[in-house]
Design a protein around this ligand. Structure first.
Ligand code: HEC
Ligand code: HEC
Length: 306
């Protein structure tokens, strides 16, 4: 079974598409007044914007094209289970997360549980965000709550049976959800530990680069060893330092440059999901953080392609 991102919902009928199509394209700076993003700032919003970039929320939560309003949802995420539509995460009370508390937000992000107690589909990569630290989640929440709210209802997911039954996620969670997330501890060097956190918890790189089993769960023993059935029907390459199959032959500088610019060593440009990851996430990070990601990737066990 091909496994892109996973599952879907019939939380149908909640939102009608008739409301939704009116907003014009607006980017993040329109909603936050052009605030900077920096990891070590005194300002909680400035730190929070950095976390938003590092964890790649923008790509999934912004509709493509003319109607795309940063973080106001409506992006169609096509998977073999059907089409998911990302929700509005601006602080609008009716259509976004304006009424949420930090506890509710933390539970959604790290445990995949909605304020009403129902489970989220793992198309929302809470399975990776489970490893995010309290302070980073709090900074991110403060930043999101300070945005200009956008009123925009998102149409429901369109999922096939039985994936449209949200309750069917409970056994899946019981089998596969690891509440500690997956940040293999490499405390041997500060940069590698930071890189492990950026790659695994925030950057959720494994959600595309790790193969999945037939139920859509990540195969942790093949962590980052490539995914023949990635999103958008693409093969996602092995990014462990294996020489023949992975990035073992890339120089450190080539990898850092790739994450900053999207250019492969041969001058080609990264496409598909990776182009968006570079645009919305890795190009926005500090040099030290890109270096840390590369240090981590070069330090993990080399694994063969699956
Ligand atoms: C790979 C795509 C993807 C990424 C990346 C992503 N999300 Fe989501 N998110 C989704 C989908 C799909 C849902 C809906 C899940 C469902 O209905 O079960 C969702 C749901 C949510 C919800 C619940 C909203 C509600 O109204 O119930 C919140 C809050 C949220 N995401 C915040 C975030 C934040 C913050 C980030 C970055 C740290 C993020 N998401 C990154 C796809 C994504
Ligand atoms: C949405 C899915 C997705 C996510 C998330 C993702 N990648 Fe990728 N990645 C891809 C795809 C697809 C390619 C192949 C791009 C191409 O060939 O144009 C790729 C290519 C790469 C390559 C080049 C490898 C090679 O041998 O060609 C590196 C390095 C890489 N990704 C690192 C990362 C890191 C680090 C992260 C986390 C910050 C990440 N990726 C997150 C989909 C993804």
């Amino acid at each position: 079974m091909r496994a892109g991102i996973v599952f879907v919902a019939a939380f149908a009928a909640l939102a009608s598409s008739s409301h939704s199509a009116t907003a014009e394209a607006r980017d993040l700076d329109d909603l936050d007044g052009g605030i900077e993003a920096a990891p070590d700032s005194e300002s909680v919003e400035t730190r929070g914007k950095y976390i938003l970039y590092a964890s790649g929320c923008i790509t999934c939560h912004t509709a493509r094209g003319e109607e795309g309003v940063a973080l106001a949802g409506g992006r169609a995420l096509e998977t073999e289970f059907g089409v998911f539509r990302s929700p509005n995460i601006t602080p609008d009370f009716e259509t976004g997360i304006g009424g949420w508390s930090l506890d509710e937000f933390t539970r959604a992000l790290r445990e995949g549980i909605a304020p009403d107690g129902s489970p989220y589909y793992p198309a929302f990569p809470y399975t990776s965000y489970a490893g995010m630290r309290d302070e980073d989640v709090a900074d991110l929440f403060a930043y999101l709550q300070a945005l200009e709210p956008v009123e925009r209802a998102v149409p429901p997911h369109e999922l096939g049976f039985p994936y449209n039954i949200r309750m069917s996620l409970w056994p899946w969670r019981w089998l596969y959800f690891d509440a500690d997330g997956f940040v293999p501890h490499r405390e041997d060097e500060e940069s590698i530990a930071r890189g492990a956190y950026l790659v695994n918890a925030m950057g959720h790189c494994g959600e595309c680069h790790t193969p999945r089993n037939w139920l859509g769960a990540l195969q942790r023993e093949h962590h980052l060893a490539g995914n023949p059935d990635g999103p958008e029907d693409r093969t996602v390459p092995n990014i462990t330092p294996h020489h023949a199959d992975g990035i073992g032959d890339w120089s450190r500088g080539d990898l850092v440059f790739f994450l900053q610019t999207g250019f492969f060593p041969d001058g080609d440009v990264a496409g598909g999901g990776m182009g968006a990851v570079i645009r919305d996430n890795t190009s926005k990070l500090t040099e030290a953080d890109r270096d840390a990601m590369v240090d981590y990737l070069r330090a993990i066990d080399p694994l063969e392609d699956q």
